[in-house]
Design a protein around this ligand. Structure first.
Ligand SMILES: Cc1cc2nc3c(=O)[nH]c(=O)nc-3n(C[C@H](O)[C@H](O)[C@H](O)COP(=O)(O)OP(=O)(O)OC[C@H]3O[C@@H](n4cnc5c(N)ncnc54)[C@H](O)[C@@H]3O)c2cc1C
Length: 432
């Protein structure tokens, strides 16, 4: 049993539960390639694979500062959603369905990702479990009406699930009502990202522990430095997520929030409330609420909390997540969390993306807004299409999208984020 007051370590369950993996060697010497991809998360790995599909003879080099799976790509909750919705912050928000472009992109990249996973037999616990949008409050229940309308406008089937049925299926009496929709796969994110990295096509070389420390455009080429090595490339794709501001002018288009998760030890039926379903995923009716999953083997995952400017320590995360677990699974509370961790997420205004060639031969994307598995994959593929000079219907659609607007600099940014996070938490109430 985990002592509730212990600080312990921040340790992501997804990587901790996998066998050890040998990282690829760091970049060494002087290397030349057609395209350099910086960052081996979902965006970078999708860009690299798509580049190889589009131009198999062109060498591609991927550099990552750390090891695959350590970034947000391996730390997320594993909700792989091919039919995205606008997510209400407040019960009174009236939201239209996510624009046609986002839906087209999501379906396109989901199908591609699923094909890659199947072709390479990537063992990432890929399960088409669907998702419950659940409400624990009256405000949340009203927000579900908006969720239902969006699904209906998209022609998606939903099932309305009442509190008794939820308790019987999920084992929790916490929720008043939910909508179930099948368009969501749940997976093990660190296993996915490792699998994607370990099955890259032969024209792609991945070097981990290779942080880019300097970048210079030079006579129509790009010179990238890591500790002790130099990479030159005709084009460069920046896929460094919340570090994009270091080398690109995108720092004004996104801000970085941290969000947190915990996973319990394997629990018995009693602690799990005798829920009938062995795996499920639940999203909150209001956006600032908590995400919950039951994993195979009887562990509960709970993702919640947001912070800006400072990543919380393990003790703070445990302390904040513990009552949320106790409220949903009172008999699981004594077991606490075996693992707690956090990860950064880039947030743009109105969730709009930025996709572009910000300097000749240099491409970047921002705007995952916490749903990077499908969206990050889509924009990684689009970055590849741009970098290879091609055109496609989806790229043309994406180019016509509204681009992420400027976000004010500090100290205004800090003040605005603080006010917004506090207001969202107040509105979400017990959805958190
Ligand atoms: C707790 C949590 C839960 C989430 N839940 C979900 C979910 O259920 N579903 C979903 O779709 N999304 C979810 N997300 C969001 C999702 O994980 C992100 O949107 C996604 O990982 C972003 O992918 P990425 O490739 O842009 O970034 P990352 O995965 O962060 O990859 C960026 C990479 O760039 C590398 N890098 C940075 N700087 C340099 C440099 N100078 N040189 C070389 N490499 C560099 C980093 O080492 C890193 O590996 C969640 C996120 C968190 C934190």
């Amino acid at each position: 049993m985990t002592p509730l007051t212990a600080d312990g370590d921040l340790r992501c369950a997804w990587t901790a539960l996998l066998p050890p993996r040998a990282a690829t060697p760091p970049l060494a010497g002087r290397v030349d390639c057609a395209v350099a991809v910086i960052g081996a998360g979902l965006v970078g790995l999708a860009a690299a694979r798509r580049l190889a599909e589009l131009a198999p003879a062109d060498p591609v080099v991927v550099l990552d500062a750390g090891e695959v799976g350590e970034g947000s790509a391996g730390r997320n909750s594993g909700f792989t959603i091919d039919v995205p919705l606008s997510h209400a912050m407040h019960a009174k928000d009236s939201l239209g369905p996510v624009g046609g472009t986002q839906l087209t992109l999501s379906r396109w990249s989901y199908a591609w990702l699923e094909r890659v996973v199947r072709e390479h037999a990537i063992d990432c616990a890929w399960q088409r479990c669907g998702r419950y949008y659940a409400a624990a409050t009256e405000g949340g229940r009203r927000a579900l009406d908006g969720v239902a309308t969006q699904f209906e406008q998209l022609g998606e089937r939903i099932e309305r699930v009442d509190a008794d049925a939820l308790r019987e299926r999920l084992g929790s009496a916490y929720y008043r009502a939910a909508l179930f929709n099948a368009s969501c796969t749940l997976l093990q994110p660190a296993a996915l990202v490792r699998g994607l990295a370990d099955t890259l096509p032969p024209s792609v070389r991945l070097h981990e522990r290779s942080r880019v420390t300097a970048w210079q455009p030079q006579g129509g080429r790009h010179r990238l430095e890591t500790a002790g090595a130099v990479l030159t490339a005709r084009r460069v794709v920046w896929a460094t997520h919340t570090d994009l501001g270091e080398f690109t002018p995108l720092a004004r288009r996104y801000l970085t929030l941290h969000t947190y998760a915990g996973v319990t030890p394997p629990l018995g039926d009693e602690a799990l409330g005798q829920g009938r379903l062995s795996q499920w995923g639940l999203l909150p009716a209001l956006r600032a609420g908590s995400t919950v999953r039951r994993l195979s083997g009887g562990r509960i995952l709970l993702r919640s909390l947001w912070s800006y400017g400072r990543a919380l320590g393990a003790g703070e995360v445990r302390q904040a997540l513990q009552p949320l677990l106790a409220a949903r699974f009172p008999r699981a509370a004594a077991h606490g969390f075996e693992y707690v961790w956090g990860g950064p997420v880039s947030i743009t205004r109105r969730s709009d993306p930025y996709l572009g060639e910000f300097s000749p031969g240099a491409f970047a994307f921002t705007g995952c807004n916490g749903s990077g598995i499908v969206k990050g994959t889509a924009y990684g593929m689009l970055l590849a299409e741009m970098a290879s000079g091609g055109s496609s219907e989806v790229l043309e659609l994406a180019r016509r999208e509204r681009q992420a607007a400027w976000i004010p600099p500090e100290p205004l940014r800090r003040i605005a984020v603080g006010v917004t996070l506090a207001r969202n938490a107040r509105h979400a109430g017990a959805e958190i």
